[in-house]
Design a protein around this ligand. Structure first.
Ligand code: SAM
Length: 222
């Protein structure tokens, strides 16, 4: 498994409320990292389909999805503490029972804790673009990542990706063009029209303000 991380842990100021949320709510909504597979029916207390979001930022899109789809379960993964705290505060605010979060590297969580053929959908919204050439190896979308994701998705499950970086969009097209695991069922390049099948995210708004275009894909596991 690769050891190069797709993130650098930013220091970022954590507020009192976010800190308190981590201290008081983690035991209820947090998934600790371990090398054992998660038992979804046990942790969610139902057999509903599970969607997983990689790098949820402050959790805005994750919370919106969980609030409007009670018949789905959500697992969010993020390593940035202020975002984790913010997300926990919102889980509590909305009294959500269909969401759990992990604060560990998504690659290791998916590799070690997610069983094969168990996820209905994986969302990767605005992954860090690592624009400098010497950092391209840090991009999360790599052939080995696609192999792992395809293994964890159920047949017909989808990987939904969005980016506002033209060069990362080219990279994504290139990597998927060599994969036998997925077919692209939707690809859209746009100027921020209402996103399809996902809420708008904080990084998307940031990109749009800078005049970036947005690329959205839906890749279906064959
Ligand atoms: C550019 S931000 C986008 C955040 C959010 N999805 C949005 O659109 O507003 C990318 C996020 O992915 C997280 N991230 C990157 N690699 C990760 C990994 N391997 N595991 C967990 N989180 C990761 C970073 O910490 C960062 O918060």
């Amino acid at each position: 498994m690769r050891t190069i991380k797709s993130y650098v842990k930013r220091k970022g100021r954590i507020t009192e409320g976010q800190n308190q949320a981590i201290n008081t709510l983690w035991t209820k909504y947090g998934i600790d990292y371990s090398k054992e597979f998660l038992n979804f029916p046990f942790i969610f207390n139902n057999n509903n389909p599970v969607h997983l979001e990689i790098g949820f930022g402050d959790g805005e899109s994750l919370i919106k999805q969980a609030v409007s789809n009670f018949e789905k379960n959500y697992i969010g993964i993020e390593v940035h503490d202020p975002g984790i705290g913010r997300c926990l505060m919102n889980i509590k605010k909305h009294n959500l029972t269909n969401i759990m979060i992990s604060s560990h590297d998504a690659i290791e969580v998916i590799n070690d804790q997610i069983k094969e053929n168990t996820l209905e959908r994986i969302n990767l919204y605005f992954p860090d673009p690592w624009p400098k050439k010497r950092h391209h190896k840090r991009r999360i979308v790599q052939p080995a990542f696609l192999d792992m994701i395809a293994n964890r998705l159920k047949e017909g499950g989808t990987l939904n990706i969005a980016t506002d970086w033209a060069a990362y969009a080219e990279h994504i097209d290139e990597v998927f063009s060599h994969s036998d695991h997925f077919i692209c069922t939707e690809r859209r390049e746009h100027d921020g029209e209402l996103p399809f099948k996902r809420p708008r995210t904080k990084f998307e708004r940031r990109g749009l303000k800078k005049g970036h275009r947005i690329w959205d894909w839906c890749f279906k596991k064959i």
